[in-house]
Design a protein around this ligand. Structure first.
Ligand SMILES: *[C@@H]1O[C@H](CO)[C@@H](O)[C@H](O)[C@H]1NC(C)=O
Ligand SMILES: *[C@@H]1O[C@H](CO)[C@@H](O)[C@H](O)[C@H]1NC(C)=O
Ligand SMILES: *[C@@H]1O[C@H](CO)[C@@H](O)[C@H](O)[C@H]1NC(C)=O
Ligand SMILES: *[C@@H]1O[C@H](CO)[C@@H](O)[C@H](O)[C@H]1NC(C)=O
Length: 428
């Protein structure tokens, strides 16, 4: 539907009523069309001090409530195939303040569970130097049983996973040889970041498989992905532990690494980032997608001309200043036969919130957690839709075919749709 617009000048309203519909036919009950032509020209706009990437954009004719009521926002008809006829979104977890639902969202096929982690750097979590962020999990069968509801908080058990030895301040995760790999952001001066393999079944024992670069500590490892063909482990290293006061000043530039656990070789595959953050591959492994949430302020105050953002949800304040300028770039590289990256390309830019986690579906569409929920682009970088939760989603993931779990810091969601995840469980 084209939003009704009582506040716009009559002439503009008249023009809109004459617009041919972008999408013919009816939409699923939980979906709404966002006609971008309606806000190409706004009758009033505000300066960056009053409206910026931390602000919720409500197009003319919409309200914050109407955006939430039909959370599948169709920006382009290509999104209809992704959501199918009956997409659903259900809130299955809520925490008053503690950001328990942050990142490292990963599906374990064998047990049909999804794991995720608490925020390691948030004041309201009390984590970082004081204690490690926890790993948690849910049963997908429990989530599926309540998918006809919009709010099912309390009906799905959220269980703490006692990794042993504990993975310190985990942040990213992926499937790996029937187990899970978590990135650890480390803690303080002498507990370095690293990669840990974690048994997804009790007793959840873990083994550190990498914790340094030729003796030098990483800054704080962020996200990890397995290349679908060469099965090597790629990961990002970024300074969030430092700007969130639980790691020392960085000793390496923020960059993207590749680790072959069989030979032990660690190499750098990409730099030129402010802060490389989320990382994923296209289904065939031809492309690597990397989000850059480069800090725009932190220690140095606000700077609206910087290209990227901070890996923390809106409203977090750090002892060095308040971070408020969130912007986001996503880059795409070609992955060569030998596993190296080339042809860096700017893929997408989002001005909403502090996004980071990124995943592809099996068709090659690209999804990222952003300031208003999960945004979706086709492989050419065209925004085709959003799963709107009205708040920052730092990460999310598919759980096989047609199911997704979305972390939104103090809220956890379960979505059903038509698309399937791009599942890689390396069996090297
Ligand atoms: C960004 O916009 C919000 C209003 O949405 C405002 O409260 C905030 O102060 C602005 N940030 C800056 C740095 O101007
Ligand atoms: C959640 O866990 C409790 C305690 O183990 C159990 O009694 C309850 O049945 C579980 N809830 C669901 C939906 O399975
Ligand atoms: C967990 O312990 C079992 C039994 O000792 C061992 O075979 C397995 O490799 C361990 N897994 C991890 C990830 O440490
Ligand atoms: C903002 O960032 C740009 C680009 O990094 C830099 O050139 C500029 O000096 C910064 N401005 C302030 C006020 O820090």
């Amino acid at each position: 539907m084209i939003p009704k617009s009582s506040s716009l000048p009559t002439v503009l309203a008249l023009c809109q009523s004459l617009l041919t519909p972008v999408i013919a036919g009816s939409l699923p009950e939980q979906a709404q069309l966002i006609d971008q032509r309606v806000f190409n020209v706004l009758d009033s706009t505000r300066p960056p001090t009053e409206f910026n990437s931390t602000s919720l954009f409500v197009p003319p004719g919409s309200t914050a409530d109407s955006l939430t009521q039909q959370p599948f926002h169709v920006y382009d008809e290509e999104f209809l195939k992704i959501i199918g006829d009956t997409p659903t979104l259900t809130r299955i977890g809520h925490s008053p303040k503690d950001p328990l639902f942050h990142e490292a969202v990963v599906w374990v096929k064998e047990t049909d569970e999804v794991f995720f982690v608490q925020n390691a750097g948030a004041k309201n979590a009390g984590t970082g130097l004081k204690k490690s962020a926890i790993i948690e999990k849910i049963s997908l069968a429990q989530a599926a049983a309540v998918s006809d509801k919009t709010d099912a908080v309390g009906l799905v058990n959220i269980t703490t996973v006692p990794s042993s030895p504990v993975v310190l301040n985990p942040n990213g995760a992926t499937n790996y040889r029937g187990q899970l790999i978590f990135t650890s952001e480390g803690q303080g001066d002498d507990k370095p970041p690293g990669l840990s393999v974690v048994n997804p079944n009790s007793p959840y024992n873990s083994t550190v498989i990498l914790n340094n670069y030729f003796g030098r500590q990483f800054n704080s490892l962020n996200d990890v992905a397995i290349h679908p063909k060469n099965k090597e482990i790629y990961f990002t290293d970024t300074i969030y532990g430092y700007v969130q006061d639980f790691r020392p000043a960085p000793g390496l530039q923020d960059q993207v690494y590749r680790f072959n656990p069989d030979t032990g070789a660690v190499t750098v595959v990409a730099d030129e980032f402010d802060h490389p953050n989320g990382l994923t591959f296209s289904p065939e492994g031809d492309y690597a997608y990397i989000t850059d949430t480069g800090i725009s302020s932190g220690f140095f105050g606000l700077n609206f001309t910087r290209p990227a953002s901070v890996y923390a949800p809106i409203g977090y304040s750090f002892s060095h200043g308040t971070l408020a300028n969130y912007q986001f770039f996503s880059y795409r590289y070609d992955v060569k036969e030998d596993g190296t990256f080339e042809n860096r390309k700017l893929f997408a830019f989002v001005n909403s919130g502090a996004p980071d986690g990124i995943h592809c579906d099996s068709w090659g569409n690209v999804y990222a957690g952003c300031g208003d929920g999960v945004q979706v682009w086709n492989p050419s970088g065209k925004l085709i839709g959003k799963i709107h939760v009205g708040a920052t989603s730092a990460n999310f993931n598919f759980a096989g075919q047609g199911r997704m779990v979305i972390c939104a810091e103090t809220d956890l969601y379960y979505a059903t749709l038509a698309a399937a995840g791009n599942y890689v469980d390396s069996e090297m």
